[in-house]
Design a protein around this ligand. Structure first.
Ligand SMILES: Cc1cc2nc3c(=O)[nH]c(=O)nc-3n(C[C@H](O)[C@H](O)[C@H](O)COP(=O)(O)OP(=O)(O)OC[C@H]3O[C@@H](n4cnc5c(N)ncnc54)[C@H](O)[C@@H]3O)c2cc1C
Length: 356
């Protein structure tokens, strides 16, 4: 049977796209092997993303996540500045139980009529439409293909589309118990070799991550003392998140921004991190993924109705988002003047267009 759309990847971008496409009455397959070993950080969901999900009538189980009262940030000076959610017209953001969040988004797609296949797409080829082979040996044919496979950008790889990476940033995270009082804020602190993020997860555990040059990441990940030592050198975070708490090491992950050379073509498009990835300092990755998922659904529905300009319009919107992100990303890193000559900070302030 020829489906209308195969969505590869059921993270926020793919699940939102599949939900909205299925609600339009299209025959949608959503495929994702949902690797339980893949760690989920427990991201901060910006208030704008919370509001967007409400507007799209997508249930993300708000009861499973916790409200964030704001950010405590030491960036550009040793001072710790509080930015309160109460002053944000969008309201508070949420600290996610990411596994529950992704499961809730998938459930929306299934409830809307999408067929969920719990297997990754391993190969795609073109015939009358797209023919895809899934990891479980099954096949799917569809007129449209959506690449929502996150930073792996499966389809882009198959089509030979370049994925340009910005400053080479990685993140080395650890999780641990919390025996102190719960902090209802996230913390960010700049240091000479990178910046730290720490928070209390909805289940009460602590999480802390060091964002640093990709070449330094394996050393910090393999030598337990190096990570703890670096955390111990922070001024503020170590007082709330002492290094001794963090027993569980997570594998280092790529965390820099990246962008596909093309976002769409005949019968396909990429959305979410597969199309555009963001440095986590922006705090916008999930918002962008949800927004792209909604744009992707509009674009495909219009293209199926014969609107020839739909793909150009979609790509134009993503180009615009990339430009806005590039400018803001640089502004944020320029605000930290203390270590501009250090390799991490000098690589992050280069204009993104100049990075080959
Ligand atoms: C260290 C770090 C911290 C971050 N912190 C924040 C934060 O605080 N706030 C925020 O908003 N954003 C944050 N982000 C960004 C955020 O995690 C991503 O932008 C968001 O998850 C992107 O959603 P997505 O649906 O595009 O991709 P993903 O969430 O990566 O989902 C992709 C899905 O595709 C599936 N998949 C992979 N390969 C295949 C395949 N071959 N076939 C089928 N399925 C496949 C995967 O299993 C996965 O479920 C952070 C990112 C990093 C790296």
């Amino acid at each position: 049977m020829m489906h209308d759309v195969l969505v590869a990847g059921a993270g926020p971008a793919g699940a939102v796209a599949a939900t909205l496409l299925a609600r339009r009455g299209l025959r949608v397959v959503l495929a994702d092997g949902v690797d339980p070993a893949r760690h989920k950080i427990g991201e901060h969901l910006a208030a704008a993303a919370v509001n967007l999900l409400h507007r799209l009538r997508i249930d993300f189980r708000p009861d499973r996540h916790v409200r964030v009262g704001g950010v405590l940030s030491s960036w550009g000076s040793d001072q710790l500045i509080a930015i309160d959610s109460i002053n944000d017209p969008q309201g508070p953001g949420l600290l996610l139980d990411r596994t529950a969040f992704d499961a809730a988004l998938r459930a929306n797609a299934i409830a809307a009529g999408a067929e969920f296949r719990s297997a990754n797409v391993v190969r795609v080829s073109r015939g009358a439409g797209w023919n895809a082979l899934l990891r479980d040996g099954s096949a799917v044919s569809a007129r449209w293909l959506v690449d929502a496979t996150g930073r792996r950008a499966l389809l882009a790889k198959h089509l030979g589309i370049a994925r340009r990476r910005d400053a080479r940033v990685a993140a080395v995270y650890r999780v641990g118990a919390n025996d102190g009082p719960r902090l209802d804020r996230t913390m960010i602190e700049a240091t000479p070799h990178g910046w730290w993020y720490a928070a209390h997860l909805p289940d009460g555990r602590s999480i802390a991550g060091f964002h640093l040059a990709i070449d330094d990441a394996p050393g910090f990940a393999k030598q337990p003392d190096a990570w703890s030592h670096a955390l111990n050198e922070t001024i503020h975070i170590r007082t709330r998140f002492p290094p001794a708490r963090f027993a569980t090491r997570l594998a280092p992950i790529e965390a820099g921004g990246a962008c596909l050379a093309r976002f769409s073509g005949e019968g396909w498009l990429a959305c979410g991190d597969a199309a555009l990835s963001f440095d986590p300092v922006s705090g916008q990755g999930m918002l962008a993924a949800i927004h792209h998922g909604a744009l992707a659904s509009d674009c495909i529905a219009e293209a199926l109705d014969g609107e020839t300009a739909a793909l150009d319009e979609y790509s134009g919107r993503l180009d615009h988002l990339r430009k806005v992100y590039s400018r803001r990303h640089r502004e944020v890193y320029l605000r930290e003047r203390r270590w501009r000559s250090m390799p991490f900070w000098s690589s992050c302030i280069r204009p993104l267009e100049q990075i080959a």
